[in-house]
Structure formats: structure tokens, C-alpha cells
Design a protein around this ligand. Structure first.
Ligand code: SF4
Length: 65
């Protein structure tokens, strides 16, 4: 089984919608953009991640959950 993973593609415009919608999973890092918070159990937030990915205006949140 593959490890759950979330990626932000280069088309990210750093609008911070994803980090505002899911602050328990994502953090916005200045000059870098959204990141998965350190130590977060991605699998336990899978539904939230899928939902937030739909809000992304660039459709650049990709995941394997
Ligand atoms: S919502 Fe999409 S475009 Fe906006 S910061 Fe998050 S990943 Fe980037």
C-alpha cells in the first residue's frame, strides 16, 4: 500500500484558500506557499483534504490517500 501523500503543483497561486479552509492540515509558509503541517496524519484528514482540493481555484492540490 502506498503512503498517503499530498502535493501542491507549481500552478499554485498562493491564494491561501486551502490553508484557511483546513488550518488543522495545512500551513501557509511565506515565500513557499501551502505545506502540509509537520506531524499531521494525512490519512485521518482525507475527507477534508478532498473537499479543500475542490475549492482550489487552480486545481493544483493533488493527493494519494
Ligand atoms: S488553494 Fe490552491 S492555489 Fe490557493 S494556495 Fe492552496 S494550493 Fe495554492
Amino acid at each position: 500500500m502506498k503512503k498517503p501523500v499530498v502535493l501542491f503543483e507549481e500552478s499554485c497561486v498562493k491564494c491561501a484558500i486551502c490553508t484557511e479552509e483546513a488550518p488543522e492540515v495545512f500551513v501557509f509558509v511565506e515565500k513557499i506557499g501551502p505545506q502540509v503541517k509537520e506531524g499531521v496524519d494525512i490519512a485521518s484528514h482525507s475527507e477534508k483534504i478532498k473537499k479543500v482540493a475542490q475549492f482550489c481555484p487552480m486545481e493544483c492540490i493533488k493527493y494519494h490517500l
